[in-house]
Design a protein around this ligand. Structure first.
Ligand code: PLP
Length: 359
């Protein structure tokens, strides 16, 4: 078996022990004689899986009973729409912090529904930095404030979140469970699962119950948070496989020491990569130092031809997924929780060799 180092942005590498456990349990889950994928979502066996996943998330992230935890279909993009549909009714407006491609998608969807105040826009700096908390001025009476915690394409990440009077809503698709956070600072956290916590097609939603209580009623039932909170993620047939894998991932996170331990490892991995890039003139990291993401590291080479050659040779050397997003080009290494330190070491050696040969 030849597994490569996968630096893809998502769907992304999963921890090997998770894949091995899923493989071992694939044909006969917990003595049921069937796969978890073939089982009723209302069975006792699956009930233990979904409840276990929720309990593990509560424990790892410190989520109190004031919040509902939901597993919803449609990934994070569906949340871009569901949030304003539920929380941005007539006469309301919401504040958005425009930090790059993903914030922009959230803004676009909200504009389809209601009034949007873009209170900060990183356009002049090509979205290569996050705002300092002191730069942000919020709109009195806004229904909520939305931000993207980590811009997966640009490679910039909030290091500190603003304290807001209105409920703060964060898209944490690409840095959920990568570091310790204070959940009580947020009205809602959501994340597409396919980077740090599982397979694609599912969003983890952590929403404060008092916020759910303010949701609009005149929208389709399937799009109401209240619907999914009432019948905890079982209003319809959920993505049972994704919930099962998410549970395995949370068990793996626990086994490596929880979010504090992962944060230390992630900071070390990112520092090793940025140190290497900073030390070689040939490479030009994209993000401003103070906003550099610990999850998605982006950089340029002197020409697009060299970038293409870099990606091709890296792949031949067992490192895949390094091509930057099609909208910005360049190189991107996505180094989520499941990216092992050996992968970073291999990439650092490759970076040194490539610069020596081509610089
Ligand atoms: C920060 C961020 N938000 C939202 C999304 C969209 O997620 P999905 O494809 O699950 O809808 C992505 C996907 O890469 C992302 O990186």
């Amino acid at each position: 078996m030849a597994r490569i180092f996968n630096f893809g942005a998502g769907p992304a590498a999963l921890p090997l022990p998770v894949l091995e456990k899923a493989q071992a349990e694939l044909l006969d889950y917990a003595g049921s004689g069937m796969s978890i994928m073939e089982m009723s979502h209302r069975s006792k066996t699956f009930d233990a899986v979904i409840k276990g996943a929720e309990a593990n998330i509560r424990k790892l992230m410190g989520v109190s009973d004031e919040y509902d935890i939901l597993f919803l279909q449609g990934g994070a993009s569906n949340q871009f729409a569901m949030i304003p549909m539920n929380l941005l009714g007539a006469g309301k407006s919401a504040d958005f912090i425009h930090t790059g491609s993903w914030a922009e998608k959230a803004i676009k969807e909200a504009k389809n529904v209601g009034n949007v105040n873009v209170i900060w826009d990183g356009k002049d700096e090509n979205y290569m930095r996050m705002p300092a908390v002191s730069e942000l001025k919020f709109t009195p009476g806004a229904a909520y404030v939305h931000l993207c915690s980590n811009e997966t394409i640009g490679g910039v990440q909030f290091k500190e979140y603003p304290k807001t009077e209105a409920p703060l809503i964060a898209d944490m698709s690409s840095d959920i469970m990568s570091r310790e956070i204070d959940v009580s600072q947020f009205g809602m956290i959501y994340a597409g699962a396919q980077k740090n916590i599982g397979p694609s097609g599912m969003a983890l939603v952590i929403i404060r119950k008092d916020l759910t209580a303010t949701c609009e009623n005149k929208i389709p039932n399937f799009h109401k948070y209240t619907t999914h909170a009432k019948e905890p993620s079982l209003y319809n047939t959920p993505n049972t496989w994704a919930i099962y894998i998410l549970k395995l991932v949370t068990e793996w996170v626990e086994s490596v020491g929880g979010l504090k331990a992962l944060q230390t490892i992630n900071e070390k991995k990112a520092a090793a990569l940025y140190d290497c890039l900073d030390s070689i003139e040939f490479y030009k990291p994209c993000a401003k130092k103070e906003s550099r993401s610990d999850m998605n590291v982006t950089w340029r080479l002197p020409s697009e031809e060299l970038e293409a050659q870099f990606v091709k040779e890296a792949k031949a050397a067992g490192m895949d997924g390094l091509k930057g997003h099609r909208s910005v080009g360049g190189i991107r290494a996505s180094i989520y929780n499941a990216c092992p330190e050996e992968g970073i070491n291999a990439l650092v050696s490759f970076l040194r060799d490539f610069a020596q040969k081509n610089g």
